[in-house]
Design a protein. Structure first.
Length: 217
């Protein structure tokens, strides 16, 4: 009965003081309290340390930590790379000799043509989508965000633990799906985002396969 609602948990009479129950709610919420009670009922001699470990696993914090690690680590690297390229472009624009300007700009262009540099474009379009500047269906927005923020194929494709061939097929299917969206039914701004995602998934399939990093057609 106490676990039926927050009000019942804190208001009904029971051997545990109201202050203790309110503290448990702040720490665990009703789900965590129910989970802990179920573990103790099933194993009354369960050690406190083991119960804490089980609560931690059930909380979702390990997965959240992994997600944040993917997001911030890869975003930070891409932002640094983008800042470096912008700085080089500024240097090129202020170079006195035309030969020096062309040399720097050619080098920047070669860097941008590398598959690894595509992450900069992915971050750019993902920001447009997450800020609402470009609207996408929720499922596609989530797929684009994972592609932009991680380098883990299993996480990007929601296929953790799958074999290489399955992930290659999933990446190619995603590339085809984004390409189809870009050319049929998308607005001009959505189409630009979709084409960036299309190339991103194509490059992902190439990386998973372990072959060359050719250009998406």
């Amino acid at each position: 009965m106490l676990l039926a609602s927050v009000d019942l948990f804190t208001s009904r009479e029971c051997p545990v003081t109201r202050e203790s129950r309110e503290r448990l709610l702040r720490l665990l919420d009703l789900y965590g309290i129910s989970f802990a009670i179920a573990q103790l009922v099933g194993k009354p001699t369960l050690a406190t340390g083991e119960l804490v470990r089980m609560l931690f696993q059930a909380s979702g914090f390990p997965r959240l930590r992994q997600t944040l690690d993917h997001a911030f680590r890869w975003r930070t690297d891409a932002i640094k790379a983008g800042w470096a390229l912008s700085s080089l472009e500024k240097i090129a624009s202020h170079a006195e000799r035309p030969h020096d300007r062309e040399l720097l700009r050619d080098a920047i262009e070669r860097v941008l043509q590398q598959p690894e540099s595509h992450r900069l474009r992915l971050l750019e379009v993902a920001q447009l989508v997450t800020t609402g500047a470009v609207d996408l269906p929720d499922q596609m927005e989530g797929e684009l965000t994972r592609l932009a923020l991680s380098n883990d194929p299993g996480w990007i494709l929601n296929l953790a633990g799958s074999d290489r061939d399955q992930m290659v097929r999933a990446a190619l299917d995603a590339a085809t799906r984004w390409r189809a969206y870009a050319v049929a039914g998308a607005s001009p701004s959505q189409s630009r985002v979709a084409l960036v995602a299309h190339r991103g998934f194509y490059l992902l399939s190439q990386r998973i396969r372990g072959g060359g990093q050719g250009n998406a057609r």
